[in-house]
Design a protein around this ligand. Structure first.
Ligand code: NAD
Length: 435
């Protein structure tokens, strides 16, 4: 199938920053989890200080000649939070809400995520403050190339490997790769992941995050002595992650009783026809008008009595505002940062088993790693090989985190942070501090 190179018409609409609760600040959310895990690990003070700081933060101005002949200057950031275990890895987002603080938090998240699944990458993230949907393809290409040139000193298969994120896609990655390759004077496919398959992308990358969510949800059901057959699931977000997770969970025998996106969604006690919903969103952009069940709002979805809840849309959807209403047995965090740190305590009290984002949605970065490996070998795997290796890594990581959570009597999130921070800390201890 040819790559879909269009920017999505539906997209993540991020709430106005002024409406954020203090608990929703991404840097604070990440740091409060980090601090708790560091305390339980009894991390030595020096290392604690090192890991609380980003290694490198770059801010560049990005002048772009617009179609109307005027020059606009955008601001771009790239943060390498920690590269002790390998090259920086993390997406580039184009969004009006991008800030250096947010990019730094997301870069740290990537460092912990790569360490949870034990792939040899550090954490990085980038972003440009812009409204990509208000820009032409030509403007976006010029923006991408100039931003890439601005941060080129850190990019490279051995130093920093970007990927798509909010409002960027395969096409944007192709431009990043081409710009970098032009500067290097030869083609360097491994400098980005999430590329079109035709130019070194990996089979299975597009479905990888939803597939990873499905693997860990199945394992969590198993942990509670349940089978996927007949287990009820609600999914928020019906884009790449949500629709793939819904489709694969349905294929495993789960009953996907509710789906929503930013236009709302539907509830069907007998199970929503996921394929029909995918077909609908392909044609119409959102679930609006899809009649596969009773109309359902996003707020209502979170209060459903289901076995599994998969938030796969955006951050901060489970906060102190609604955590006490959640009745799901298991939450699988497909999205990044869907739960605020304050809400963690409420979910714990209710005995809800949360598979944290840094584990649950690590399927994407895992197959990005496979893409990088394949590019560097110049030898490409079949989709079945990619999926089998992904399932192995997700399964092993789930059990690693579960074991630690049982040993230390902590929830899965704290255990995931403990595992990843201890892995990063071990490498720092071995490498020492360069003087
Ligand atoms: P996407 O753009 O393909 O889909 C986003 C979905 O969220 C759409 O269905 C959209 O309608 C819905 N949505 C947007 N605003 C909403 C709102 N206010 N309320 C309810 N639904 C809303 O994005 P995606 O790639 O599926 O990513 C979803 C989440 O998963 C993000 O948090 C992303 O960071 C995270 N994630 C994605 C990947 C990946 O490989 N795509 C990997 C790791 C994490």
């Amino acid at each position: 199938m040819a790559s879909d190179l269009r920017l999505p018409t539906d997209r993540i609409v991020r709430p106005d920053k002024d409406r954020f609760l203090a608990e929703e600040n991404p840097f604070e959310a990440m740091m409060s989890r980090f601090d708790r895990a560091a305390e339980l690990l009894d991390l030595e003070p020096g290392l604690y200080k090192v890991l609380r700081h980003a290694e490198k933060q770059i801010t560049v101005s990005v002048p772009v000649l617009m179609d109307n002949g005027e020059v606009e200057v955008f601001t771009g950031h790239r943060v390498l939070y920690n590269t002790s275990r390998g090259p920086g890895k993390g997406g580039i987002r184009f969004d009006m809400a991008v800030t250096l603080e947010e990019v730094t938090a997301l870069a740290a998240w990537m460092a912990w995520k790569c360490a949870v699944v034990n792939i040899p990458f550090g954490g990085a993230k980038g972003g440009v403050v812009c409204d990509p949907l208000g820009m032409s393809v030509g403007e976006l290409e010029r923006l991408t190339r100039r931003y890439t040139a601005g941060i080129i000193s850190v990019l490279g298969p051995d130093s920093d490997v970007p990927a798509p994120d909010v409002n960027t896609n395969e096409r944007v990655m192709a431009w990043v790769m081409d710009t970098y390759s032009m500067h290097m004077r030869h083609t360097v496919t491994a400098v980005v992941t999430g590329k079109p398959v035709e130019m070194g992308g990996s089979l299975g990358r597009r479905e990888a995050t939803g597939r990873g969510c499905t693997v860990v949800t199945k394992l969590a059901l198993q942990h509670f002595g349940m089978k996927p057959q007949g287990a009820t699931v609600a999914v928020q977000g019906f884009g790449n992650v949500g629709s793939t997770a819904a489709m694969l969970l349905e294929r495993e025998g789960c009953k996907v009783v509710a789906i929503t996106d930013r236009a709302g969604g539907c509830y069907n006690k007998g199970g929503v026809d996921v394929q029909a919903a995918i077909q609908w969103t392909r044609q119409h952009g959102t679930l609006e008008g899809f009649t596969g069940g009773d109309a359902l709002s996003n707020d209502e979805l979170f209060a459903l009595d289901v076995d599994g809840l998969v938030p796969a849309a955006l951050e901060n959807v489970i906060t102190t505002r609604n955590a006490d209403k959640i009745r799901a047995r298991i939450i699988c965090e497909g999205a990044n940062g869907p739960t605020s740190a304050a809400a963690d305590a409420i979910l714990d009290e209710k005995g809800i088993f949360v598979i944290p984002d840094i584990l649950a949605n690590a399927g994407g970065v895992t197959v990005s790693y496979f893409e990088w490996v394949q590019d560097r070998h110049g030898y490409f795997w079949s989709e079945a090989e990619v999926n089998t290796r992904l399932e192995d890594i997700m399964t092993r990581s789930f059990h690693d985190v579960l074991k630690l959570s049982q040993q230390h009597k902590v929830n899965m999130r704290t255990a995931a942070y403990m595992l990843s921070i201890s892995r990063v800390a071990t490498v720092h201890r071995l490498r020492g501090i360069y003087a």
